[in-house]
Design a binder for this molecule. Sequence first.
Ligand code: GLC
Length: 416
Amino acid sequence: MIAPKGSERIRWFHEARFGMFIHWGLYSLLGRGEWTMFVERIPKEEYSTLARRFHPRRFDPDAWAALAVESGMKYMVLTTRHHDGFCLFDSQVSDFTSVKTRAKRDFVAEFVTAARKAGLKVGFYYSLLDWRFPGYFEPKKHPRDKEAMIEQAHAQVRELMTQYGKIDILWYDGGWVPSLPGVDMAEFWRAKDLNRAARKLQPHILINNRSGLDEDLDTPEQHVTASVPGRGWESCMTIGDPCGWGYIRHNPNMKTVTQLIQHLVTAAAGEGNFLLNVGPQPDGEVRNREAARLREVGEWLRLHGEGIYGSERCLLKDSMLGLWTAKGTTGYLHVFRWPGESAVQACVGTRALSATLLATGETLKTRQERNGRLVIQGLPKAPPNPHASVIKVEFESRPEPIREKDRAAWLEGKAT
Ligand code: GLC
């Protein structure tokens, strides 16, 4: 069932490398993140009155899609339902939906149409747990209620997999059952059945690992950490503080564009993807502080995307300057810390044929020393790009490091 790296099903995902995560729902109205109902222990009835205020006039998924495209993103993942249980889609098994309350709209349907129109792949975030069920918190005390919640999840996943055409990613979350220590998450949610049913309806779909089963994708959160080679993975991250994904009105620690680009490059260097989150305002608009950063990443990608999209791991040794990605016999050194007029890469075991500055195509000189040091010369004194500049090196074959059989040989200027 799991899609290995080379398989057809996951190919688009490896080509994509960069996606937009969207956390948007009733909680956006409160402006304190998506966990507010639980963290502030807002009673269910009181929280549900938010639905009366939820009629986003500026909801414009075409604008979301246009922003994603401009930012160089290739897919979008939307919270179809978060832990508060409020569905942005039409569900027959719940009344707590945007279709049955004031907005009277199926936002998921509109989102899918917009994404498809813009040529983006579509992912559905779905929280298995639903805070509105006492059986989630006290399963032993309310066993039937717990069952009802699990059944609701099965029914809603089926709805999501049937009502909106082709879906590319099923992005589970909220599978944890802290109230039942030692209980296996996958067993609790009957994840095998759930995912079997999803795959039957959407045979090409990629499923993440948060239903308790490995499935196709690992999902490191708020850090970029590569999985073992061959395994699909995607790091998700917020632009602001890590504690909240939904709209946070005053969120002072916004990451810089340089930081965001470095995270994206780090993901690509480990053959993984970067799913960068936005938390649109209650009216549906992505505020400028977030949108402007995304657009700048897009600008950088327009010049340097060749070393990111569809990139592979590069086997060359780590550099102090930045990170390598590769594509066949081409290596891309993404330089975060510009060295000045020449750059050195140690332990290169493959002959370099040529080097250029990726953004301009400007030719650089290369010199390869017998001890494996590749020296790239003729670089501008100052970094050509303020975020990361990329040196593209054509090698004779797939770039490989030398094997330092004698680990002290380098002291004498020798390669082995
Ligand atoms: C966590 C949080 C959740 C957020 C998600 C994103 O699991 O519970 O609020 O949606 O991470 O990865």
